[in-house]
Design a protein around this ligand. Structure first.
Ligand SMILES: Cc1cc2nc3c(=O)[nH]c(=O)nc-3n(C[C@H](O)[C@H](O)[C@H](O)COP(=O)(O)OP(=O)(O)OC[C@H]3O[C@@H](n4cnc5c(N)ncnc54)[C@H](O)[C@@H]3O)c2cc1C
Ligand code: FES
Length: 259
């Protein structure tokens, strides 16, 4: 059930100059409600007349033992800058859980989770869920440079991790879509999140190789409830749909990305 709740920031760690891992826990001490991988939250920016629209952020992880939700946030503009500058103990007004979820296969499947930049955010929680359900997740994480690759140790607890950087400062040099694992190994299912051109290239690879593939879209989302139509995506059978109300996760066969 969607709820608006005050959370206390329990930790705010800079993972690089732009990316921060915020851990938050309900202020009233209540146990976090069940949320699923792929879902996101909307954060209210306090004390700002110009930044009045909530900012969508993926649920990065849920730690049931500490009752904390993790949010991996890249500071790219006024809203994310304000949030990432918040201190431990400060209060965040969060609307959650929003959106649909990644689907989890029934039988034991070899899954590859491909994330570019901060698009890796929802894949940590997804990897945990896949492992809990008996699957074998592997991760392919890409960025421009080594500092862009976050949470590697957390991913390694869940499965094998492969890394690409465009400048070669970590892992294999080049674009994520050129990583040798895509030629060497067979996967039953691919999940992806990151810049749209990257996801379209992954979708093309999945289609060419007959692999089921889901993508989590991060279309610009000003209102978040289907009113402004800024987040629209073209689908093959349902016409233009709002990613905020129908997504953010789609099977790539639904989208007009590939003929
Ligand atoms: C479902 C969903 C999940 C997301 N999950 C995360 C996450 O886990 N971590 C994270 O850091 N970010 C995530 N984002 C992106 C995040 O919401 C935006 O970066 C944020 O809203 C920008 O707000 P701002 O005020 O800082 O920047 P603004 O001043 O609003 O914009 C700054 C710059 O970022 C661009 N921008 C704004 N929104 C987006 C967007 N959605 N995609 C690409 N560029 C954008 C603007 O065009 C502008 O160039 C997600 C977005 C969606 C829709
Ligand atoms: S964000 Fe306004 S319609 Fe989706």
């Amino acid at each position: 059930m969607k709820q608006k709740l005050d959370f206390r920031i329990t930790s705010n760690e800079a993972l690089n100059e732009q990316t921060f891992l915020l851990k938050v826990s309900p202020l009233n001490g209540e146990t976090l409600q069940e949320v699923d991988p792929g879902q996101f939250v909307q954060l209210l920016i306090h004390d700002s007349a110009t930044l009045f629209l909530r900012r969508p952020i993926s649920i990065n992880f849920v730690d049931k033992e500490t009752n904390e939700m993790w949010l991996l946030i890249q500071s790219v503009g006024g809203g994310t800058k304000k949030i990432t500058e918040m201190k431990v103990g400060e209060i965040l007004d969060i609307l959650f859980p929003l959106g649909n979820t990644f689907s989890i296969p029934d039988a034991n499947k070899k899954t590859l989770l491909i994330g570019g930049g901060v698009g890796t955010a929802p894949l940590l929680f997804l990897g945990k869920r896949l492992k809990e359900k008996g699957h074998q997740p592997e991760f392919l994480l890409g960025g421009r440079k080594a500092l862009d690759i976050a949470q590697v140790e957390d991913f390694e607890k869940l499965g094998e991790v492969h890394i690409t950087t465009e400048d070669g400062s970590l892992g294999t040099k080049g674009l994520i879509t050129h990583h040798p694992i895509l030629k060497e190994k067979q996967f039953d299912k691919i999940y992806t999140c990151g810049p749209k051109p990257m996801m379209i290239a992954i979708a093309r690879y999945a289609t060419d190789n007959n692999i089921d593939c889901e993508a989590s879209l991060e279309n610009h989302m000003p209102c978040g409830f289907g009113a402004c139509l800024c987040c629209v995506e073209k689908t093959k059978e349902r016409g233009n749909i709002c990613v905020c109300t129908e997504g953010p996760v789609f099977n790539i066969n639904e989208l007009q990305w590939i003929d």
